[in-house]
Design a binder for this molecule. Structure first.
Ligand code: HEC
Ligand code: HEC
Length: 303
């Protein structure tokens, strides 16, 4: 019995030592990646601040998902707060206490939104700029105009922190938290497609669906997602996906949050946001979704 105990203690001790080493390694690697600075020169777009630009900016902030993480009042939401994963909040973007509104210049917003890099060159955690990288100058300008007009809200947040599981998942490449790492910051900027019911414009908008539905839009579970989230659906033209849907079914679902059979789309499907999309945007999305490869459920989300 004594011998057995001695061995068990040894094995457990060794395993713990290995775990500590792995976690220390993961901590070192992720810390270096988060502390790297990115020097990304950007040009500020034309922010004219007229009523039309501000209204459009408000609509874009909702339909492109900014409000999901930064809050309806843009003062910041807690996105993840789950031990042992981490605590991450969308920043307070207003001019209130704890907000960046007072110090962010137009170019800083562009760098944060399209490149995932903060005003001081740090890669932003969880900010999905890979989805926003293709935004046009007009779209970014409208969002900036809107952000400049939101009422200041005092909201000082606890700093973001990545805990052991978050560190391990990030180090292992399972949880992509730094969009700045995957964006090609030097790539020449292609002209964004004009708003029209075209496949190109649909692809442009669909970038905002990929965070949940995956790059292939086949859906499936999101790594690190809260336990109460529904699994994102298959949006490809497969029988498992939207194969049997009509354009009207699609428009109806994005506007009312109801499937053709009347069931409701559960959280986090942001149908209250997509309900504010224009007809042109929704119909362009549909045109695009009809052209992507039809994939059965369980196919890779992000090959
Ligand atoms: C999935 C959640 C998420 C979405 C969607 C999102 N953000 Fe963020 N954003 C974050 C987080 C988290 C941070 C803070 C990251 C950090 O400090 O490392 C951030 C940081 C920022 C910053 C930099 C602020 C600072 O603290 O320096 C700006 C500006 C910003 N976001 C604007 C936007 C805009 C505009 C949109 C919509 C087009 C948007 N974000 C959508 C999560 C999100
Ligand atoms: C924050 C995550 C998230 C984002 C962003 C998102 N979705 Fe979803 N979506 C979901 C989830 C989760 C479901 C499944 C809901 C359910 O099962 O009740 C879903 C379901 C759907 C459905 C219903 C499909 C079916 O067969 O039931 C459609 C259509 C849809 N999404 C379209 C879109 C489009 C288009 C976009 C981009 C404009 C988008 N979604 C963005 C999470 C998201």
């Amino acid at each position: 019995m004594k011998k057995f105990l001695r061995w068990t203690t040894r094995i457990v001790g060794t395993l713990l030592a290995v775990l500590v080493l792995v976690l220390a390694g993961a901590y070192g690697v992720t810390e270096a990646r988060m502390r790297r600075t990115y020097d990304v020169p950007v040009a500020a777009p034309r922010v004219v601040m007229n009523a039309q630009q501000i209204t459009e900016g408000r609509r874009l902030a909702v339909t492109r998902g900014c409000t999901d993480c930064h809050g309806d009042n843009m003062a910041g939401n807690t996105v993840i707060n789950q031990f042992p994963l981490g605590r991450i909040s969308g920043s307070n973007l207003t001019r209130g206490k704890g907000g960046v509104g007072g110090r962010y210049q137009d170019a800083d917003y562009v760098r944060a939104i399209r490149e995932g890099v903060s005003a001081d060159g740090r890669p932003l955690l969880l900010m999905p700029s890979n989805e926003f990288n293709g935004m046009s100058d007009e779209e970014v300008a409208a969002i900036i105009a809107y952000l400049r007009t939101v009422p200041p809200v005092d909201h000082e947040q606890d700093g973001n922190a990545l805990w052991p599981l978050g560190r391990a998942l990030m180090a292992g490449g399972v949880l992509p938290l730094l969009s700045a790492e995957v964006i090609d910051h030097a790539a020449p900027r292609a002209a964004a497609p004009a708003p029209a019911v075209t496949v190109e414009y649909g692809r442009h908008i669909a970038q905002g669906c990929t965070g949940c539905h995956g790059k292939t839009l086949v859906g499936g579970a999101v790594t690190g997602a809260p336990a109460d989230w529904a699994t994102p659906a298959n949006l490809t033209p497969h029988a498992d996906g939207l194969g049997a849907w009509s354009e009207d079914d699609f428009i109806h679902a994005l506007r009312t949050g109801r499937r053709p059979d009347g069931t409701e789309l559960r959280a986090p499907m942001p149908w209250k946001a997509t309900s504010q999309m224009t007809d042109t945007e929704i119909r362009a999305l549909w045109q695009y979704l009809k052209t992507i490869p039809a994939l059965p459920d369980g196919s890779p989300r992000d090959p």
